[in-house]
Design a protein around this ligand. Structure first.
Ligand code: THG
Length: 373
């Protein structure tokens, strides 16, 4: 089959780790925040799935860009963008936050890092949050500075990430609590390390602010990592669907509100702080949602998703499958689907029409809760 390649350019930014991962057997890239994001290495998807669940991987996730907001009104701007209550937020902590517009629709779902009241980083998913923040700041006459600093995240994920990280940074790193961040030293440089990451296998994210120091650290992981079976990797389709980690642009987007996406616990409508879309979200909560993000299990062993696929019941479309993959654990295809009311209930049956090798196109499936594991 013809396999077109992505033409690189300045606009489609490489990362500081690109030279390393391409030498290590990188097979494919995707594009995220106008940047290259590794999507697969020479190991098969299933090989890397078991590897991630047993050992440790180092991921180039520099495409998770930081939007830095500093200045006197920084906290007010951050709170304006999210319905999550940040009034009691703590310095040195990370907060997973839906970002919504004036109609309550999802703009992004970043991890937000609080340094102090006048310095925040918004670690964005794939949409141009910098422009949104700038527009709000201009319109509101806020005293803030908004930029995209040269920060390139390297994630260390998997059960052996704790051993690998403590070998490099010392045992203190094991005291770092989930969704906290702190600076740690290695070889004369200081690194911002958070206990977080886009897998549920445990791990850390290192927000690299100095390119040379970042590459030194990257090389160190592979120099000493043999005993932990360290490998290069990237966000993993099977693991993240099983874990219910959502992908903006794939599972959720600007046509969805936080209640439809299961973000209820990150929406606070009962307190006296101001954010965009507050009144709209109150109405939505009052009236109830008309669609909901759910899990889907399909009785097949293979699927290739390049867009969304309609799900049917009684010859009627009841929703759309947005991400899906074969899971070796379930020995079926599992996926994430936006399902219409009243069908968004566990055990709801559906049919899906796929053109596949066997030519038997209609397959059966069932709706379930997220996450799968
Ligand atoms: N790490 C960092 N930045 C990111 C991502 C990341 N930016 C882009 C993208 N990923 C943002 N999306 C998510 C989605 C899910 C989670 C984090 C970022 C996540 N959720 C946990 C969960 O769902 O259980 C924890 C949420 C919580 O309870 O606070 O980890 O991966 N730096």
């Amino acid at each position: 089959m013809n396999s077109p390649t992505v033409a690189k350019s300045r606009r489609l930014r490489s990362t500081i780790y690109s030279s390393r991962i391409e030498k290590q057997g990188l097979k494919s890239y995707t594009v995220y925040n106008h940047m290259l994001l590794p999507a697969g290495f020479s190991d098969s998807l299933e090989e890397s799935y078991y590897h991630l669940k047993e050992h440790v991987q180092v991921w180039d996730v520099a495409a998770e860009r930081q939007i830095q907001i500093t200045g006197k009104d920084a906290s007010e701007l951050i709170q304006l963008m999210t319905p999550r209550n940040l009034s009691k937020s703590i310095e040195g902590k990370c907060y997973y936050c839906p970002i919504v517009d004036d109609n309550g629709f999802l703009i992004n779902d970043p991890v937000i890092l609080k340094f102090n009241d006048s310095k925040w980083w918004v670690s964005i998913a794939d949409s141009d949050l910098l422009l949104f923040a700038k527009g709000l700041a201009i319109g509101k006459n806020f005293d803030v500075n908004i930029s995209e600093p040269n920060v390139n995240i390297m994630a260390v994920q998997g059960p052996k990430s704790f051993s690998l990280m403590s070998r490099v940074f010392g045992k203190e790193i094991l005291d770092l609590k989930f969704y906290n961040f702190k600076y740690y030293d290695f070889n004369g440089s200081s690194y911002l390390v958070a206990r977080s990451g886009w897998s549920k296998q445990g791990g850390f994210e290192i927000y690299v602010e100095d390119d040379d120091a970042g590459l030194k650290l990257y090389d160190e992981f592979f120099k000493i990592g043999d005993e932990f079976k360290v490998k290069p990797g990237c966000p993993h389709l099977i693991e993240r669907i099983e874990s219910g980690l959502l992908s903006y642009g794939n599972d959720i987007d600007l046509n969805d509100n936080p209640f439809e996406c299961g973000f209820d616990k990150f929406v606070d409508l009962d307190n006296e702080f101001n954010f965009l879309g507050k009144e709209k979200l109150k109405k939505i909560k009052q009236n109830g949602i008309s669609k909901k993000l759910m899990g889907a299990i399909i009785d097949i062993k293979e699927i290739q998703m390049t867009g969304s696929l309609s799900l049917f019941f009684d010859n009627k479309v009841i929703g759309e499958l947005r991400s899906a993959v074969y899971s070796p654990t379930f020995d079926k295809v599992i996926g994430i689907a936006m399902i219409d009311k009243p069908y968004f209930k566990v055990d709801q049956e559906f049919e899906i029409n796929l053109i596949d090798k066997s030519n038997k196109n209609i397959h059966k499936g069932k709706i379930c809760e997220l996450p799968f594991v």
